[in-house]
Ligand binder design. Structure first.
Ligand code: AP5
Ligand code: MG
Length: 219
């Protein structure tokens, strides 16, 4: 199954993706994670990506499409895309990439969330720089306080550079202006099912709804 996971910043795309891959055995590709890894490599490209990300702006389509096409063509089997496509031009480019691979998209799952909840979720988000596990200071705290419980409390949790309130609001406005039209793009397509899931529930309830929706699509 090939699925695009959409939703505003902080809707829970990353949280749910790591749960869904366990159930459905798909490969999770997060454009944001791929860009942060490029930045961590210290390359010029990574610095260029970081300049857009820290401002809360979208990275230009040409850069995104090239990097994501490369990552997608390396995946064999089920695919869960998180954060890509984010513009109609990216969605059109993805259609071409998947058409060439004879591997069409099955569904788009949109996780919805309210603006104020988004700000609370993102400003409280922490993650482990070693294993990547995600936490929230209030909603999903680590059993080891400010340290990662999956790494036996040895690794201190960190905050993403673009998780300040002002940047979150900029990311949210980029989502509304540039990414919401992508949902309509898919709604107009006859081949792709668009499913909406209420992201304001508990993480467990969101997972339950997503699993039910994907199982229904699998038939
Ligand atoms: P990206 O990394 O994709 O960030 P994003 O879309 O803004 O989404 P987030 O990762 O912030 O949120 P999420 O939905 O994954 O939520 P999470 O599960 O972590 O992109 C970052 C930047 O890269 C962009 O701004 C842009 O510059 C660039 N970029 C990336 N892709 C691009 C593209 N295609 N084109 C152009 N530019 C691109 O959850 C958030 C927090 O809430 C966590 O702490 C979690 O524990 C908590 N939480 C999750 N679910 C719940 C729940 N149900 N209840 C309570 N708390 C919850
Ligand atoms: Mg994410």
């Amino acid at each position: 199954m090939r699925v695009v996971l959409m939703g505003p910043p902080g809707a829970g795309k990353g949280t749910q993706a790591s749960r869904l891959v366990e159930t459905f055995g798909m490969t999770h590709l997060s454009s944001g994670d791929i860009f942060r890894a490029e930045k961590a490599s210290g390359s010029d490209l990574g610095q260029k990506l970081a300049d857009y990300m820290t401002r809360g702006e979208l990275v230009p389509d040409e850069i995104v499409v090239e990097m994501m096409a490369k990552a997608i063509t390396n995946v064999d089997g089920g695919l869960l895309l998180d954060g890509f496509p984010r513009t109609v031009a990216q969605a059109e480019a993805l259609d071409k990439t998947l058409e060439q691979a004879d591997a069409p998209l099955d569904a788009v799952v949109v996780i919805t969330a309210d603006d104020e909840a988004i700000v609370d979720r993102i400003t409280g988000r922490r993650s482990c720089p070693k294993c990547g596990k995600g936490f929230h200071v209030k909603f999903m705290p680590s059993e080891k306080g400010g340290y990662c419980d999956a790494c036996d409390g040895e690794i201190e949790l960190t905050q993403r550079g673009d998780d300040k309130e002002e940047t979150v609001r900029q990311r949210l406005s980029a989502y509304k202006a540039q990414t919401e039209p992508v949902i309509d793009y898919y709604r107009k397509s006859d081949d792709v099912e668009v499913v909406e899931v209420d992201g304001m529930q508990s993480p467990e309830a969101v997972t339950k709804d997503m699993v039910a929706a994907l199982e229904k699509l699998q038939g």
